[in-house]
Design a protein around this ligand. Structure first.
Ligand SMILES: [Zn+2]
Length: 362
């Protein structure tokens, strides 16, 4: 990975405590909500609409996040109401409290259709978003009985963290301009991390609310889901990154995790190189013998993983194998039957194949 990139953090203050808002100028306020995970926080943004507020993302449905919002509603929001809640995507840290906030404040929910409908499906526990379908998906990708026992112990994390969803919403789409706060924001759609992620670009203020598509330190999770088992989400993610490349070099990025940063172009380049390196490692490993996604996890992740990280790591391993499979550099071995495990065998071990799969020249 390139060492040339280091994010430049442009906010000269510590992250706000839960229940507090840090004004960043231009009518934008930074909120943080705690999370009981290795990734221990999410950033939310509160936009001053003049006669009300728009919240960008919500936090998990935990008592701690509800308490933080209750404190904000008592201290920071009045006298103006929370009119709108815009969720960048369907993941539980982003939509968990959407229904609670919208119902409690009479606010409207804005989301893309792909994200809204996926959230409804998943919050209802409909197959194949349910734990049993996930376990079958992990099994066919080589998860051991021990892995499956750990993974099943989580139960339905999504339904716990997103206990309900608003039953109506206002659809937003890629390319649309929204008046939020004091300026116009353009929706930048993206895929690979979630079905139809919405980032928001404000030309007037040079601000990008990047959601989970661009984060300063961790790479965005890219996983294959049981509902679309042959998908190529890494291909979709890498394609989506091209939409951030035309943004000005001095764009101030507001990411969902980590600290606000400047350096879109360097970060996109670094992410492309990171995935090219990983694709190269997968190709090399699968040249020696066919390997399952589970067998690729230690190739891609050398650290000890907790159960949430194991599920992300398996998802990433499948996604990298699928990118190379869709690109023609790997072939899939197995019959996909109930007792069978998919394995991956290299057709072309050149690093050029990995760079081509990552969308880099060469
Ligand atoms: Zn996410």
């Amino acid at each position: 990975m390139s060492d040339a990139y280091a994010p430049h953090y442009w906010v000269d203050a510590a992250a706000p405590q839960p229940g507090h808002a840090l004004a960043l100028g231009d009518g934008v306020h930074w909120l943080r909500m705690p999370m009981p995970l290795a990734l221990d926080h999410i950033n939310l943004w509160l936009l001053d609409d003049g006669d009300g507020w728009t919240a960008i993302d919500c936090g998990l449905a935990t008592d701690a996040a509800r308490a933080a919002w209750t404190q904000l509603a008592a201290t920071r929001l009045p006298p103006r109401p929370l009119r709108r809640v815009l969720c960048t995507h369907m993941h539980p840290d982003h939509v968990g409290l959407a229904d609670w906030l919208c119902a409690g404040h009479g606010a409207e929910l804005l989301m893309t259709q792909g994200e809204y409908l996926s959230a409804r499906l998943t919050a209802a526990g409909l197959a194949p978003t349910d734990p049993d379908s996930w376990l079958a998906h992990y099994r066919v990708h080589g998860a051991s009985d021990d892995d499956l026992a750990q993974l099943s112990g989580r139960g339905n994390f999504y339904m716990r963290m997103v206990p309900s969803m608003p039953t109506r919403y206002r659809r937003i789409v890629h390319g649309q301009t929204l008046r939020l706060g004091r300026a116009d924001w353009q929706v930048i759609g993206g895929g690979g991390h979630s079905p139809e992620h919405a980032a928001l670009w404000c030309d007037a203020h040079g601000l990008l609310i990047s959601g989970d598509m661009l984060l300063p330190r961790i790479s965005t999770n890219v996983s294959v889901f049981p509902i679309e088992p042959d998908a190529d989400p890494l291909g979709r993610y890498l394609d989506s990154l091209t939409r951030f490349e035309p943004l000005p070099a001095d764009t101030r990025v507001l990411p969902s995790h980590g600290l606000p940063f400047v350096g879109v172009h360097g970060r996109v380049r670094q992410l492309r190189e990171h995935h090219a390196d990983r694709l190269g490692a997968v190709l090399q490993a699968c040249a020696a013998q066919p390997l399952s996604a589970r067998e690729l996890v230690p190739v891609l992740f050398r650290r000890v993983l907790d159960v949430h990280q194991l599920s992300f790591a398996l998802g990433e391993a499948i996604a990298h194998a699928h990118r190379l499979w869709h690109g023609g550099a790997l072939e899939r071995v197995g019959d996909g039957g109930a007792a069978s495990v998919w394995r991956w065998r290299t057709r072309d071990a050149s690093q050029g194949a990995a760079r081509a799969a990552a969308g880099l020249d060469g």
